[in-house]
Design a protein. Structure first.
Ligand SMILES: [Zn+2]
Length: 122
């Protein structure tokens, strides 16, 4: 009998939940990265779907308000301004330059590590 493992998509979802919760907690007093309003979500600068390698990147993911995250599709111009303010131009440029070919298939071991690490941080 093979050991029953949690399906990978389920693990990915769990890891993203844990990571996003940690981001919201980290940023709750900083306000939305794009407009400074109250933080409702963890918003990705590069979308997690198209840039899967940046799903769990701490600079690529920041607290955002509902309006910027959902209705303004990330409010990316102001998101970038917020990133520069928070992390500095050099780090933002590094993120942008590293963004190429960032499609990544996360493994079970990696996802487990993320769930453990970010789960215990809060
Ligand atoms: Zn906002």
């Amino acid at each position: 009998m093979p050991i029953k493992q949690t399906p990978l998509p389920k693990m990915l979802k769990k890891a993203q939940e844990v990571f996003n919760r940690w981001i919201r907690e980290r940023d709750k007093d900083k306000g939305c990265i794009s407009c400074g309003s109250e933080v409702d979500h963890a918003g990705h600068y590069y979308s997690q779907g198209h840039h899967s390698g940046l799903r769990f990147n701490e600079i690529n993911t920041n607290g955002q308000c509902l309006r910027c995250n959902n209705f303004l599709h990330g409010n990316l111009i102001n998101y970038r301004k917020g990133l520069v303010k928070r992390y500095g131009e050099a780090k933002v440029m590094l993120l942008e330059n590293n963004n190429v070919n960032k499609v990544k298939k996360w493994t079970r071991v990696e996802l487990q590590a993320i769930i453990q690490e970010y789960g215990k941080k809060d």
